[in-house]
Design a protein around this ligand. Structure first.
Ligand code: AMP
Length: 192
């Protein structure tokens, strides 16, 4: 692995544990000599993780749509800021550049990015590990929902495993090193 894509809030959140976790994630990337791919903003948890990685001397690539760059939230100290035409182009570029995906606490944008990258893993569009850093129980509700959807027969147990959940950034990255993509197709012949 060379680079990890981190999805996280463009807001800092109320609990200081969220900012601490963004810093800890950045430090875990630095400790493993991994670069960061992220949404390119200087604000919220996005800014915190980018600052940590840049200050530590590692590669930090931001991928930002022109419309958001114009609103002057783009981080100016990155090793590379790639300006793209649309949100769709941005998400594709982030997936292409990274070798794994992590969601930290965040809002609608973070949730959407996480679910899309999990869906793409389920369909075999990419074969890269995906995980969630469950800071202060922030993702307990999502974990319950995924477990419920699995019990209800909408998510297969193999695909439920696509979302690795850890509370420690290093444990998440260690799990990524040994990740094996599922061999099970999204829809088996017996389901059709
Ligand atoms: P949210 O969780 O709603 O704050 O959205 C954060 C996620 O959406 C990040 O992972 C970004 O990729 C993207 N995003 C949302 N707002 C911005 C912004 N102002 N600048 C860059 N990316 C953003």
């Amino acid at each position: 692995m060379d680079r990890i894509c981190v999805y996280c809030g463009s807001s800092p959140g109320h609990d200081p544990a969220y900012r601490r976790a963004a810093r800890a994630m950045g430090e875990a990337l630095l400790a493993r000599d991994l670069g960061l791919v992220y949404g390119g903003a200087s604000v919220g948890l996005m800014g915190t993780i980018a600052d940590t990685v840049v200050e530590g001397g590692s590669e930090a690539i931001g991928v930002i749509p022109a419309a958001l760059e114009d609103r002057e939230v783009a981080h100016e100290g990155l090793t590379d800021l790639q300006v793209v035409g649309s949100m769709h182009e941005r998400k594709q570029r982030m997936v292409d550049l990274a070798d794994g995906f992590v969601a930290l606490p965040g809002g609608l944008g973070t949730l959407e990015e996480l679910l899309e990258v999990l869906t793409w893993a389920q369909l075999g569009i990419h074969e890269k590990p995906c995980g969630v850093l469950n800071v202060a129980g922030f993702y307990d509700g999502l974990v319950d929902h995924l477990d419920g959807a699995t019990e209800a027969g909408f998510v297969s147990p193999a695909h439920r495993e696509l979302a690795r959940v850890e509370t420690d950034p290093g444990a998440l990255l260690d799990a990524f090193e040994t990740y094996e993509p599922p061999t099970e197709p999204k829809v088996g012949p017996e389901d059709t």
